[in-house]
Ligand binder design. Sequence first.
Ligand code: SF4
Length: 484
Amino acid sequence: MACEVTIKTKNIKSTYFQTPTIVYTLHYSYFSKMNTRNILLVNPWIADFAAYDLWAKPLGLLYIGKFFRNYGYDIRLIDLTDRQRWGDGKSSTPINNRGKYHKTNISKPAAVAHVPRQYGLYGATVEQFISELKSIEVPKLILVTSHISYWYPGVSETVKILRDFFPESKIVLGGTYATLYPNHARQTIQPNYLIGGYGEKQSLQLADSLFGFTRDYSAVPNTLDSGILPWDLYPDLTVAPLLTSRGCPMHCDYCATPFLNPHFSQRTPEDVINEIVFLSKERNVGEFAFYDDALFANKTYHIIPILKSIIKHKIRATFQTPNGLFARDIDSELAQLMKESGFKTIRLSLESIIPEIQTASTNKVSGHNFECALDRLEFAGFQRKDIETYLIMGLPGQKYSDIEITLRYVFEQGAMSRLASFTPIPNTRYWDLAKNSGHVWDDMDPLLTNNTLYPCATTDFPVEKFTELRQLSNRLNAKVKNET
Ligand code: SF4
């Protein structure tokens, strides 16, 4: 049976979401224990109808943590979605590097009350979060990140607890949601400060002003991408997501990256290898996930030397690529190096074989590029049935037949399809198209952009048709699996 969690702090009493648990009463003799250079980083809960961990860690927050350390601050991390730390709710099951998060059922927000699915918070239980907060010193500054915009109720619940627990601390909100929906985030989360975009230098200036430090900011870069991330914040690290670059040289009309990361930059291959060698040899990490948007860009000077070094250093690890790879860059040499270095899950971006959508996708891959990449990967030793192909579905104006044709095309090539439902994102051309057709509006609740709702469904192309396409994809994938 569900009951309420009530937290009592000094003079504050707050009630949180419904969960089967007990009433907590907290005593704060340690309110006076405020470390002078102590900053708490918090990765909040995910709030959604479903969520799955694909080797994720809050990389943006870790980059900020590295930056702060570099400038003399002590940092501490609470990552509420760290499955290695909190478990997945099934204590008898070993935690794999990817899998389901623990889910705490909560009431659906009003905007999505009509959806016939159970809503929830994914990650640590509220008891685990509170126990962790009890064990730490009061931070003067708390930086909370945010990810997919329609997950914001998870941020909201996290910040409510932080605020009640540490009423004297200042809370800064950053990340994707804060950058894409600053007004909504200010009103809903009510942080003390909101920082959009690259947050490193701004956060440092803010921290210095709160802690009473001064420094010459003309000598401080906006970002610090080189060097090893503060992985010591994860005592039980078994998988490490990596970014070898920031941003993307493409400008697809539906993607948030050009707005969130307007400048494409790459770390040096030596710097990337140092981090991989460190994690492999010093932390025994056996699995890595490249989270780059454009891992193969500038391949001769970037990914090729990285993979050659992985092989040279005899790194025994598996490399995953959860984001789509650029098929047109996969030549025979690169395919061979991917195989030799230990690439496992291969996901290629195709999006569509319809010319109009290929144009909207910066023509990053043609059917010919895709077919050549499959041939080369197969020749290098990968099986087609292990290669997944990202296809976009649900763009304003996109036809059912266009998606069906693309699905069947991928099937004919012997590869697996993976449909990605379109989410309208502010500051993109497709947001404007969705706005023109009345599917989105300027001050809309980001909850309504949840891709499971198919925000741009129409009477001609209703939600049931999207479900039909998903079923078709599943059927075709099953055939690919069984026939090879
Ligand atoms: S290639 Fe991918 S990451 Fe780059 S702009 Fe296009 S969709 Fe975004």
